[in-house]
Design a protein around this ligand. Structure first.
Ligand code: ADP
Ligand code: ZN
Length: 743
């Protein structure tokens, strides 16, 4: 059933329309096919992760078709944001919900009937009453049908129709009356839900008719995932990390109490923070949320109550200071970082004390079955935190998706991929541990076993005469923490069992005996004390000039946003500001080339921004329009600074004539990493000799496919070319080719 994006050229002007209205140069994966479906009046089911760009899937058709697009959206705050963003792009949009008075509603209805509006947002409560379309609204729809027309229905957050989803809303279930009442109008349902069951439910509940189904990958390549141990001094570590990060961030905690404590501590330490949890009044919550979205404060410390309906696209990091309850929750919460596609960072702090607290809370649940599920989910979460394989692979496999084969199971964007933890052979220690479990007659928990191993003379040990056991004191050479690490690892590798009745007692199983009989060895991944930052391979540092201009432009954006009472990202996305800082456009024409600058934004902001850039260049004696994105006319000094150290080393070796494999061997990196350095260097306009990397024949073949599938995915191109072509070949040639296409 899964639809595959096809790069048809049926609507050759779609890109032009995209640039004109939204300022973007290219569609994100999956957007084009569903937009085409909507233009052909076909139903569609759009499943894209957070930040995938769902809104555009109905917004662009709304502009290209006759009539009004009716968008059902569950959250009033979100509606307002969306409408603000659209208005700022010069797109006529409005909403109808319970927050408006009668007069305002009349005015908006009049505008709609006069054909002044292309997108109408409504809440499900406004649309449905007593299982029917609300008579007042039905009247409006009928009038619209007879006058300007209705171009489609878009059902946002469509998982709300499903009881299997996490946010069921009864009114959503009634939305099929739209289809029954207006069978000729196409329906598009959109959601970020990851589970198959909910997807099927959506199509059935909304009576979708032969929908175009677009399931995008749930991989979010711009997010860097890592897990850090939360030691005794977890707080200073967190503070340190927060200080290192730039931009907005969310710190999630498990309870209101911890939110309040942490928010207070961070404030004392000079951070700009607000708390958010269900214990605060509606008004305080709303206000704190707005101040965060508008960049008045940098950090939100919150419980999971925060996030639904927050579409702040420029959250740069999400930290889970306490372990989340399950993987799906973690994916959704951490996924609130980097919706704009720019690099962002997700950190989970793991402390076994927190796991114990979570287990305790689970044990308080009245329902046995519920407890079992919760325990299992928590265990999966701990497994994720402890895993030594690619974290992305673990997450995606949870959703039934596999990471592309060409990546060899590595994403290069998580701590385990960029900095694999050393695995040590702890077979002897495991034998000591397990035999101690046996000597204690499988009647004690981990803490006791460790006490015995470490030779403790606690009263309890003496009373039980466990100081007489042959295993008493045989583990003095390891710390308590090390024994815990081993014990946990044995549990996760199922090399020992633990009772689950709330009093965890260690029990040997068949595998334990294999270890004791020396039939299998035991490998333990020893966590690093402190993982270094994001993948060095994937970040290109800004030059001082770029960083400084970016700061200037951000301040200008904030000022303009405040004047209009909108969040800064409504004025320009972060990526657009960065591109401005890099290319320093000083004419309206050059400014219009920046991705994210559409016709309206050009008219509205072109002058102030180019003024600011011109001023900056004059102040610092910088040349105008360096063409930095292309890197052609930039002075050599600056060009050398534009890439990080590691890229420069790769470049040096490349220029000495070394092949990718040779560079990789010499630098102790993977060939794919070296290839990605070179690709970035090409995009920075550095002189990389593509002939040295890919033969002329192969270049020609790749360029042929590129021209044909200009907007196709790498996978499609590779399918076309055959498996003798590597993804690296294609990426390198594509980068070089795209650079040539630039004016
Ligand atoms: P979702 O609803 O799927 O979470 P949004 O629709 O809010 O995502 O889009 C996320 C961000 O991506 C927004 O800032 C949006 O403007 C941006 N975006 C959408 N489509 C494109 C595109 N084709 N090119 C660049 N940015 C895009
Ligand atoms: Zn990885």
């Amino acid at each position: 059933m899964v639809g595959v994006a096809s790069p048809t050229a049926a609507f050759p002007s779609l890109e032009t329309a995209l640039k004109h209205h939204f300022g973007y140069d290219q569609f994100r994966p999956g957007q084009r096919p569903v937009i085409e479906a909507m233009l052909k009046n076909q139903d569609a089911l759009v499943i894209m992760p957070t930040g995938g760009g769902k809104s555009l899937c109905y917004q662009l058709p709304a502009l290209l078709k006759l009539g009004v697009m009716v968008v059902v959206s569950p959250l009033i705050a979100l509606m307002q944001d969306q409408v603000d963003s659209l208005l700022d792009n010069g797109i006529a949009a409005t909403y109808l919900n319970s927050s408006l008075d009668f007069q305002a509603i009349r005015q908006r209805e009049a505008d709609l009937l006069a054909g002044k509006i292309k997108l109408l947002y409504v809440s499900p409560e406004r649309l449905i009453r007593d299982r029917e379309i609300n008579p007042g609204f039905l009247g409006l729809l009928n009038q619209l049908m007879q006058t300007v027309g209705v171009s489609g229905f878009a059902i946002d957050e469509a998982h709300c129709v499903s009881e299997w989803g996490h946010d069921f809303r009864p009114e959503y279930r009634q939305l099929s009356v739209l289809r029954q009442t207006f069978p000729q109008i196409p329906v598009m349902a959109l959601t970020a839900t990851a589970t198959e069951r909910v997807r099927v439910d959506i199509a059935e509940q909304l009576c979708l008719r032969d929908p175009r189904i677009q399931v995008s990958s749930f991989n979010r390549p711009n997010l860097f995932y890592e897990v850090r141990p939360k030691g005794r001094d977890g707080y200073s570590e967190l503070l340190n990390q927060v200080k290192q990060h730039q931009g907005s961030g969310i710190v999630y905690c498990l309870s209101r109490k911890r939110v309040n404590e942490l928010a207070e501590k961070l404030t004392v330490d000079g951070e700009s923070v607000l708390p958010y949890h269900a214990g605060l009044s509606d008004e305080t919550r709303r206000e704190n949320q707005t101040r965060f979205i508008r960049d008045d404060v940098r950090l939100m410390v919150a419980t999971v109550a925060f996030g639904m309906g927050i579409n702040k696209p420029d959250v740069r990091f999400v930290i889970h200071y306490d372990i989340p309850r399950n993987i799906e929750g973690y994916y959704q919460e951490s996924g609130r970082a980097g919706r704009d596609g720019e690099p962002a960072h997700c950190t989970l702090y793991l402390a076994y004390g927190d796991v114990a607290t979570a287990e305790y809370l689970i044990a308080q649940k009245p329902d046995e079955a519920e407890q079992r599920i919760a325990r299992q989910q928590l265990r999966q979460m701990v497994d994720y935190a402890e895993t030594t394989v690619c974290r992305r692979r673990v997450q995606l496999s949870y959703f039934g998706e596999t990471l592309g084969d060409h990546l060899e199971g590595l994403c290069h964007q998580c701590d385990n991929c960029t900095n694999p933890p050393p695995v040590e052979d702890w077979t002897i220690e495991a034998q000591k541990f397990l035999s101690c479990v046996a000597r204690c007659q499988e009647r004690f928990g981990m803490a006791h076993i460790i006490d015995v191993l470490r030779g403790s003379k606690k009263q309890k040990i003496l009373d039980l005469r466990h100081d007489q056991l042959s295993t008493h004191g045989i583990g003095k050479d390891r710390s308590v923490d090390e024994w815990r690490l081993l014990g946990r690892s044995l549990l996760h590798q199922r090399l020992v069992d633990e009772t689950t009745d709330g009093y965890p007692v260690l029990k040997l199983n068949a595998a334990s005996w294999q270890v004791l009989r020396k039939q299998i060895s035991v490998q333990v991944a020893v966590p690093k004390d402190f993982a270094p930052g994001p993948a060095e391979a994937s970040t290109i540092e800004d030059t001082p000039e770029v960083a400084q201009l970016l700061t200037v432009l951000k301040a200008l954006r904030k000022k303009l946003a405040d004047q209009q009472s909108v969040p800064p990202y409504v004025v320009f996305p972060e990526s657009a500001l960065r591109q401005m800082a890099q290319t320093r456009p000083q004419t309206m024409e050059a400014f219009g080339q920046v991705s994210g600058v559409g016709s309206r934004k050009l008219a509205q902001y072109g002058e102030v921004f180019t003024d600011a850039i011109r001023q900056f260049c004059a102040d610092y004696g910088l040349e105008s329009d360096p063409g930095a994105a292309r890197g052609r006319s930039r002075p050599a000094r600056e060009r050398r600074q534009a890439v990080g150290d590691t890229h420069r080393q790769t470049l040096e070796l490349h220029r000495q004539g070394l092949s990718i494999e040779e560079v990789a061997a010499q630098r102790g990196l993977k060939p794919t990493t070296v290839a990605s350095h070179l690709e970035q260097l090409i995009r920075q306009g550095e002189a990389v000799d593509i002939d040295q990397l890919v033969s002329r024949d192969r270049q020609r073949a790749i360029v042929d496919v590129l021209t044909e599938l200009e907007h196709g995915s790498l996978t499609e191109m590779r399918d076309r070319l055959g498996s003798s072509f590597s993804y690296e070949d294609i990426r390198l040639v594509r980068a070089a080719w795209q650079m040539e296409q630039q004016p």
